[in-house]
Design a protein around this ligand. Structure first.
Ligand SMILES: NC(=O)C1=CN([C@@H]2O[C@H](COP(=O)(O)OP(=O)(O)OC[C@H]3O[C@@H](n4cnc5c(N)ncnc54)[C@H](OP(=O)(O)O)[C@@H]3O)[C@@H](O)[C@H]2O)C=CC1
Ligand SMILES: O=C(O)[C@@H]1CCC=N1
Length: 274
């Protein structure tokens, strides 16, 4: 095979994964090919040194590892264009939310029975991989044995990105916490920025909020204290933080976040049943 990795779909996640693979030294650009219908996306990938093609079939025929980086709802349409190029010697790495490796395997072999032995590994990454602080869950799937996920694990656990090995069932839970999790934090950031603007600090809102979240994450990462203890250390008795935390508790913020994560989990399972 000419390439180590083919991206089918050159969207936001594929770009982040490709950049991370190159910057961490896991792959060189000439080991990667990317297929996408959009000329703009192909141009962008070409600008970082990758081989590009409009043909998913072309990309799928030439790589050892094939990353499914398109939307879950597009799987059947996408596969109809390239399943015939797949062989049992290849490994699929799917980052699609929800869709089980069994479904992926069935969809492939319905179109190309000769690919029956193809391995399917699944990964749930997140967008901070764009800045080399990603978090991913990696799971063995259909037709795999321990070790068949080594390449995917290395790809997502390089540099300051982190990966954990989980069961396929647990990938739904990973999605609810770290896969979609960055959006929850950005949601809080949006609200805190709005608060900064409302109370009269519009010119500093972005910096205040960014540095607060960055500093808090670093502190949580480096301190032996639990988040509850770190929060306690900010919260002086009868002080300002206590007033804020009491209000947020009255308004049920913790429960709101837990319910949001539960809705995410439910949707991941639903996507798997589409
Ligand atoms: N965004 C995130 O935070 C995360 C996303 N994921 C998963 O990653 C996957 C990709 O998401 P994301 O990168 O955000 O999505 P994007 O929409 O940015 O990327 C998908 C790309 O695939 C292209 N595409 C569509 N159909 C085909 C096809 N038949 N063949 C080849 N390429 C095709 C799209 O082109 P066009 O736009 O022209 O249709 C687009 O460029 C999804 O399955 C998602 O569940 C997983 C973890 C986190
Ligand atoms: O929203 C989504 O469906 C994708 C999967 C995890 C993060 N984004």
């Amino acid at each position: 095979m000419q390439y180590k990795l083919a991206f089918i779909g050159a969207g936001n996640m594929a770009e982040a994964i490709a950049r991370s693979a190159i910057s961490s030294g896991t792959l060189t650009p000439d080991q990667i090919i990317a297929a996408d219908p959009s000329p703009d996306r192909r141009d962008l990938f070409a600008s970082i040194g990758l081989h590009v093609t409009p043909s998913s079939s072309d990309a799928a025929a030439q790589a050892e590892q094939i990353m499914f980086a398109f939307k879950p709802q597009m799987m059947n349409d996408a596969l109809s264009t390239f399943a015939s190029s797949l062989t049992p010697a290849q490994t699929i790495i799917s980052i699609m939310a929800g869709i089980s490796s069994e479904k992926i395997h069935t969809a492939i072999t319905n179109l190309n029975p000769q690919a029956d032995g193809i391995k399917v590994v699944r990964v749930m990454p997140n967008t901070p991989i764009m800045v080399n602080y990603g978090m991913a869950g990696v799971s063995l799937g259909q037709n795999t044995n321990p070790g068949d996920d080594d390449f995917a694990f290395q790809l997502f656990n390089a540099a300051t990105n982190k990966a954990v090995r989980v069961t396929e069932e647990q990938l739904h839970l990973i999605t609810a916490i770290s896969g979609s999790g960055p959006a929850y934090i950005f949601f809080i950031a949006e609200a805190l920025q709005q608060a900064a603007k409302d109370i009269g600090l519009p010119e500093h809102a972005h910096e205040l909020v960014t540095q607060t979240i960055l500093g808090s994450a670093l502190l949580m990462n480096q301190s032996p204290d639990s988040p509850a203890e770190l929060r306690r250390k900010v919260t002086s008795p009868k002080g300002t933080t206590e007033a804020a935390i009491n209000k947020m508790t009255d308004l049920n913020l913790p429960n709101t976040i837990e319910q949001g994560a539960a809705a995410c989990l439910k949707r991941s399972i639903e996507l798997g049943n589409l």
